[in-house]
Design a binder for this molecule. Structure first.
Ligand code: PEP
Ligand code: MN
Length: 295
């Protein structure tokens, strides 16, 4: 005879803090929570657009990028200071100087910024500067990192952008979000967590990854946290960014994360190869896309 389970567990019990079904306000609808990231609100009707370079190389580069993002109506700036690179020989990011450049560019433009934290030892350093921590796909299930980032973010009123892993289930994504939400909950705060669908690690149709707008919609149904799409990393091809970006928005995304590069930028900066050069939308393309979105 099968053993009786001790509790009457729901499938969403393991992510009880972030489950839509546990919040009356969000039951039976597709509303998401909304919250402030510094001076900017996420989770509103208007698509929340985060734009900036994949990685930061110079002070001038990120300043220019921030000014451009602001001018075209983006809500938030992105930029990599610490980069998770497949090859150990690739540029790994400038680290601390890039955080300083980001903070300066953010100050000039008034755009809050997100940047990735790769390991536990850097949570405080990144948190000293960033308005939102990015947990990358490769770290979605780095539970100690999730806890530390959650704790720091909750204590310092910062937000966390959790990117989906290489081939996760809905439950795995939401449990990862739950690790972070627990830390806000401990302090009696609501979780400032955004989930970002960035495609699965399977090359199809000439793309770097395979975007999953339908997965994004499933996430949105299962949690009240804002969910955004990353058409840059999920496709790896800038000509596909508008199409996939729109697909994400049609699948109920609250916003998009987009890599942008100056039209004048060559494949190297100071002799270093530009990270994700092909996938970054050129400024002119991004400007057109933002116009499309406003229609
Ligand atoms: C990024 O956004 O710069 C990045 C490295 O993304 P992912 O973790 O989704 O690969
Ligand atoms: Mn990138």
């Amino acid at each position: 005879m099968a053993k009786k389970r001790a509790t009457n567990k729901n499938d969403y019990d393991d992510y009880r803090l972030v489950a839509r079904k546990n919040k009356e306000e969000y039951c039976g609808n597709l509303k998401t929570s909304n919250f402030m990231i510094k001076n900017t609100k996420v989770g509103t009707e208007k698509p929340f657009i985060i734009a900036g370079p994949c990685a930061i190389y110079t002070r001038g580069q990120i300043r220019e990028s921030a000014r451009f993002a602001k001018e075209t109506g983006a809500d938030m700036l992105r930029g990599g200071a610490y980069k998770p690179r497949t090859s150990p020989y690739s540029f790994q990011g400038l680290g601390l100087p890039a955080l300083e450049y980001l903070a300066e560019a953010s100050e000039i433009t008034g755009l809050p910024f997100v940047t990735e934290v790769l390991d536990q030892g850097k949570v405080e350093e990144v948190g000293n500067y960033a308005d939102m921590f990015q947990i990358g796909a490769r770290n979605m299930q780095n539970f100690s990192l999730l806890r530390d980032v959650g704790q720091y973010a909750a204590e310092h009123d910062k937000a966390v952008l959790l990117k989906t892993g290489f081939l996760p289930t809905i439950k795995e994504v939401l449990c990862a979000a739950e690790y972070i939400a627990i830390e806000y909950h401990r302090l009696g705060r609501l979780p400032k967590v955004i989930i970002c669908e960035r495609g699965i690690n399977e090359q199809y149709d000439g793309m770097r990854n395979t975007p999953r707008p339908d997965f994004l919609l499933e996430l949105r149904k299962a949690t009240y946290l804002p969910v955004i799409g990353d058409p840059s990393h999920s496709t790896g091809r800038r000509e596909m960014v508008p199409k996939i970006g729109i697909r994400y928005l049609e699948a109920a995304a609250n916003g998009l994360l987009i890599d942008i590069i100056s039209d004048a930028q060559g494949p190297e900066i100071n002799g270093i190869e530009v990270c994700d050069y092909e996938q970054g939308m050129r400024y002119s393309e991004f400007r057109n896309f933002m116009k499309e979105l406003k229609k």
